[in-house]
Design a protein around this ligand. Sequence first.
Ligand SMILES: Nc1ncnc2c1ncn2[C@@H]1O[C@H](COP(=O)(O)OP(=O)(O)OP(=O)(O)O)[C@@H](O)[C@H]1O
Ligand SMILES: O=P(O)(O)OC[C@H]1O[C@H](OP(=O)(O)OP(=O)(O)O)[C@H](O)[C@@H]1O
Ligand SMILES: [Mg+2]
Length: 282
Amino acid sequence: MLRIAVPNKGSLSGPAAEMLHEAGYQQRRESKELRIVDPVNEVEFFYLRPRDIAIYVASGQLDIGLTGRDLLIDSGAEAEEILALGFARSTFHYAAKPGTIGGLADLSGKTVATSYEGIVAAHLAEHGIDASVVHLDGAVETAIQLGVAQVIADVVETGTSLRNAGLEVAGEPIMKSEAVVIRRTGADADDVKVQQFLRRLQGVLVARTYVMMDYDCRVEQLEKAVALTPGLESPTVSPLHNEGWVAVRAMVPAKEAQRIMDDLYDIGARAILTTAIHACRL
Ligand SMILES: Nc1ncnc2c1ncn2[C@@H]1O[C@H](COP(=O)(O)OP(=O)(O)OP(=O)(O)O)[C@@H](O)[C@H]1O
Ligand SMILES: O=P(O)(O)OC[C@H]1O[C@H](OP(=O)(O)OP(=O)(O)O)[C@H](O)[C@@H]1O
Ligand SMILES: [Mg+2]
């Protein structure tokens, strides 16, 4: 039975459960459940604090975990990222009152408040900056107003929390994060059950980002049309009953579907349809 750690609360938990559900796995029915078994898929899910997931996975008791890249790095645990999941995207930044911090050197001698001490201490050391770090559990934007620190280092997504606290980002981003699948460093890369789990999640990622496009076009236009819809490997081209026409089928990025349909129409393609992909194995 594959043992998987899943975030039990916070920004990661809803989208993680949704992705697992889309991948065909049973998920817990209520938020107090800490462990469930999905007997059909032979998987056991453990609902853990996002921050603790890398530690559990590194200990070898759980095969894989879903967490944030920033949480993985912050933990310093012996675990590694094996698949990026495209949700809970964020950037990790220093921030301060406008005009107080021009560049990294200005952090010298300051106190930095953060929930991500591991990332911040490593970043400061890497750049040879002597600053103090104070750990706070959350709502770190308030630390400056209340005099606990002159600088914060935190997750920024829309920037609303910083703006509301009258702060602005200082210097270059420290790192970019998103939800990731992790396993213990050096774990068996060919484990069949892990590979199957990853293929299922990859199927969801593809289904979310691609649509299937079908259209008819004249044989003379086929090369131009195929250049617009090269597919992932190669489009399927089938003869039509009407001589001189073919039907083409290819996967296209969902974000570009409308532009591609316009371009296909312009070169004479007709009966252009897009359909959602619900699941796939590439
Ligand atoms: N506003 C946000 N937008 C996108 N991702 C976020 C946001 N806030 C946190 N994250 C990401 O979520 C993960 C942190 O999850 P965690 O549950 O620990 O914190 P949280 O979502 O802030 O919840 P909590 O309320 O417990 O602090 C990190 O990977 C972080 O980058
Ligand atoms: O740039 P934004 O879109 O405003 O998002 C970033 C904010 O979201 C998270 O806070 P959360 O709401 O999880 O509270 P917390 O600070 O207590 O973790 C994060 O810690 C930032 O404060
Ligand atoms: Mg938070």
